[in-house]
Design a binder for this molecule. Structure first.
Ligand code: PLP
Length: 407
């Protein structure tokens, strides 16, 4: 018999523990700054109006059925996904150097990439993958699950609550040739801190000199700044320079399609390679996909594809993106303004300097605990606050709570 008695109890996922504690809290004042999903000004999940329209179009289509998608996914979805991330005039796409396969949102794309790397990138002596410190917690397990060695590069400076660019660059420069460097394309999770375009250029310089391999996690395109092209700048810069690289693309945040698991994994062959390289990679990705999930889920990809391939809907999507990013940027400004007005000890410019879903507040674990016990304000113990949990009715209360716990 299977010795289940030897299976150790796993620790509870800290985020789920936090969510459960929030649910149990009966205070009317409670505020959820843990959640990694967009909320509107009424603290409710938001179905993007353009997603509703696409949903109506699909539901009224008499030809819609529930057959399997092809192994590589919905072709019009993967081709639109390429254009979205690499740009519609991308030379790499024109050259046929991009191999793309629909995957289970961002997580599944990262996993497929991890599996692919482990199987084909020097399997006898695989390179390490360098993760930012800190990073999205799931990155650790996604790569260790396929037995890739982890290494880390400094990312966040607690002093400035901004990028530790010197530390980052030094660690990347010291990485052995061929190492994989995982980079957050924009809206870094958990810090909300991104390199500037000049800094990205320097990162690319070092990676080019050292022969390092970029793997971009692209979970927030358009959701960060509201501008799809701006949020894709780093990836397009690396591709234009001819790098061979990988991209894990998620539609969870920018379409609000969290539970539909729409995403796409891309391999880009170097500028010196030909379409044949991408096509061999695509053939292997299809085999991996087949054994992992057979074929990807259809509905979310159909929704995204309906919008991405229709000019009017695409324009409307951009407006929806501006609504989300604009609300978050506005909440940052309001929180910072309130803290500065109160003269709350410390500096608060990082609240507006950071971007995306999260703010790395710089609050200590003790302060986070106090926020929760005394004020019913919930965030992860590393001081990461989901800006999406702020709204016009609770931002003053949250500012008052933060002011109290830092004094
Ligand atoms: N990568 C980062 C940095 C994230 O923050 C997330 C979601 O929180 C993901 C990937 C994957 O999300 P999903 O699998 O829902 O697309």
């Amino acid at each position: 018999a299977f010795p289940a008695s030897t299976v150790p109890q796993a620790p509870e996922d800290p985020l789920f523990g936090l969510m459960a504690a929030y649910k149990r809290d009966t205070s009317e004042k409670k505020v959820d700054l843990g959640i990694g999903a967009y909320r509107d000004d009424n603290a409710k999940p938001w179905v993007l109006p353009v997603v509703k329209k696409a949903d109506d179009i699909l539901r009224n289509d008499p030809n819609l059925n529930h057959e399997y998608l092809p192994i590589a996914g919905l072709p019009e979805f993967t081709s639109a996904s390429q254009k979205l991330i690499f740009g519609s005039d991308s030379q790499a796409i024109k050259d046929g150097r991009v191999a793309s396969i629909q995957a289970i949102s961002g997580t599944g794309s990262l996993h497929l990439g991890a599996l692919f790397l482990r199987k084909f990138y020097n399997p006898a002596n695989p390179p390490s993958i360098y993760l930012s410190n800190p990073t999205w917690a799931n990155h650790h397990q996604i790569f260790t699950n396929v037995s890739l060695q982890l290494a880390h590069y400094p990312y966040f400076s607690p002093q400035t609550r901004g990028l530790d660019f010197t530390g980052m660059l030094a660690a990347i420069s010291a990485a052995p040739t061929g190492s994989i460097i995982l980079l957050h394309a924009c809206a870094h999770n958990p810090t909300g801190v991104d390199p500037t375009q000049a800094q990205w250029t320097q990162i690319a310089d070092v990676m080019e000199q050292k022969g390092l391999f970029p793997f971009f996690d692209n979970a927030y395109q358009g959701f960060a700044s509201g501008d799809l092209d701006r949020d894709a700048w780093a990836i397009r810069h690396f591709v234009a320079r001819g790098f061979e690289l990988l991209v894990a693309q998620s539609y969870a945040k920018n379409f609000g399609l969290y539970g539909e698991r729409a995403g796409c994994f891309h391999y880009v062959a170097p500028a010196t390679a030909s379409a044949a390289d991408a096509s061999r990679v695509a053939s292997q990705l299809a085999i991996l996909q087949r054994s992992e999930i057979s074929n990807p889920p259809a509905y979310g990809a159909r929704i995204a594809s309906t919008v991405l391939n229709n000019g009017a809907l695409f324009a409307e999507w951009k407006e929806n993106l501006t609504t989300m990013s604009g609300r978050l940027i506005g909440m940052r400004a309001e929180l910072r303004g309130l803290l500065e007005k109160k003269g709350t000890p410390g500096t608060w410019n990082h609240v507006t300097d950071q971007i995306g879903m999260f703010s790395f507040t710089g609050l200590s674990e003790k302060q986070v605990g106090l926020l929760r016990e005394k004020w019913h304000v919930y965030m992860t113990k590393n001081g990461r606050a989901s800006v999406a949990g702020l709204n016009s009715r609770n931002v003053e209360y949250v500012a008052e709570a933060i002011d109290d716990v830092v004094r």
